[in-house]
Design a protein around this ligand. Sequence first.
Ligand code: NAP
Length: 239
Amino acid sequence: MSLNRQIEVWLHSRIESFRQADRPFITLTYAQSWDGSVTNRCGETLNFSGPESTQITHQLRSLHDGILVGIGTILSDDPQLTVREWDGPNPQPVVLDSQLRTPPTARICHHPDKACWILTSSGESDILSEHASVIPVGDSDSERQEVPLTAAMKLLKERGLNSLMVEGGATVITAFLKAGLVDGLVLTVAPRLLGGYKAIDELLASDSGEPLLIKPIHTGQAGSDLVVWGDLQYGDSAA
Ligand SMILES: NC(=O)c1ccc[n+]([C@@H]2O[C@H](COP(=O)([O-])OP(=O)(O)OC[C@H]3O[C@@H](n4cnc5c(N)ncnc54)[C@H](OP(=O)(O)O)[C@@H]3O)[C@@H](O)[C@H]2O)c1
């Protein structure tokens, strides 16, 4: 079975067997160097994935109802978050942006077939462009706080998203892991040593201090990149 097909079979079975009714199935996906860096420096763009693993990323996008990134990634990379290297539908784009810093000129605000959902905690509710709508989440008095993730995931489920791909960046990756909201992980490891901005920050300083486990684990090679995927196990289930 091809690597693309193996990942698809795994993901379909995980989404189908997911039983939590109050949020989507959440897959965390990102590319890192062998030393765990996602880029050279925070805010810098560095595309170090090969064409084969880029294709897997686009395939994964097409297999999820929604795709989410943080405002840091919008400001540094200006991603389109569309499916271009694979045949399949575009997922619903979602941005975590508590202070409404998404520029109306961002490519995500000019999506070919979907209005981007900008989740905010600022209490404002405005339209950035005809292709983006601002959705307040949580307590509108908490003006300087980040978007509350549990409430945000409940809202996405209510809006019809049964599966969500979280594509970074590092702050968002860490926040989802700390919140216990990750069900599956697909990691692309490029054969480089960057010594740069790490994908996961201060995770082990979280309240429980428990390491997270990926089990069962699957591996494959896409060009010169290693692809590792599996189910994320928290707490007792990690034993
Ligand atoms: N290698 C890869 O696969 C990959 C993928 C994506 C990005 N990147 C890289 O990662 C870097 C960007 O990462 P980043 O850490 O700066 O930014 P980020 O994770 O994309 O976005 C973080 C921002 O999201 C907002 N946010 C709102 N609610 C949040 C919540 N509940 N939890 C966490 N964040 C929340 C916060 O800004 P506000 O408080 O203003 O809302 C926060 O600063 C770039 O250099 C990019 O190139 C790499």
